[in-house]
Design a protein around this ligand. Sequence first.
Ligand code: F6P
Length: 365
Amino acid sequence: MPQFLRLGVLTGGGDCPGLNALIRGLVKRGVHEFGHEFVGIENGYMGLVEPELTRPLTEEDTRGILPKGGTILGTSNKANPFQYPVQENGAWVDRDLSDLVLRRAAELKLDGIIAIGGDGTLTIGHQLSQKGLHVVGCPKTIDNDLSGTDQTFGFDTARAICTEAIDRLHSTAESHDRVMVVEIMGRHAGFLTLDSGIAGGADVILIPEIPYSVESIVEKIRRRGRRKRSFSIIAIAEGAYPAGGTLAVLDKAGDIRGRGVVRLGGAGKVCADLLAGHVAAEIRVTVLGHLQRGGSPTASDRLLATMYGCKVLDLVRDGQWDSMVALRDGRIVTAPLSESRKERRVDPDGEPVRFAKSMGISFGD
Ligand code: F6P
């Protein structure tokens, strides 16, 4: 393997703060230390299927992007080459275009691909590795739900935004004696809601890992009332649901290519509707939505992302394809890309939940 390589870089899945910091660290170290050449692949794996979605990625392109949210390469969470939507006879059908991806990578003369993404993007990277493509990965997601790593970048920033939102909601809750329900992202994992709920001083924290009972929440709000606390803050994860109930799905929207996409959303409203009539206070719902993953990354996320970007080049240098960088016990280490398939969940019996309960925070159980 020559020392100077030509490497493709792509970002897949939902955008998150820190992606640009990673790209910058990667390109800077790659150019300065190894003399690598980088090719930017736009819109995730779509850039390896559709024509004209690749471009040179130089150090000049990374100037000034460290504090910027989003990704300069664009992203897509609907471009799985193994199930790629194509139009045939006027209808959209899924086709396996993974061989085309391999051919395109060869045409582009790529020695390897650096895939930055969550479970979907990294799992596809692993599947492509199995077919012989040289892929290494960097885990990202605000949900922090990847089992191969202790923390993903993007999470710290989203957690700070959610915490600030809960802080701000206290003003209206206290002034108007209201129950404020705040709905927080995270898909099927409650990490973001748990951490920001504790950090923001929520009275009730509802997470997917602990189905909630309305009676238990009502009892908590009444207990607060007896202690002359006339307002309450409920932090609820978008994936939380009442015991015996189901996930709140915002819509089953067909995207432009006709693929059905299930979007979580509405858990806050479901909870508010269930509480209505059982508590005297007015109940209002705030959905934080994409505010949670926008804007500038925190110092901690910039640092983690930059370290990932630099470290992944060690994996490339050592030919450790089909691997990803990961954070374990404060150190950046290497893990198999296949680890990204395993999802992580909040441990309902773990210390954060136990300590929160010991302080009187209700989890609705
Ligand atoms: O995985 C990150 C995430 O923000 C989830 O928390 C959320 O459920 C999902 O992406 C929303 O995705 P989209 O922006 O595609 O609707």
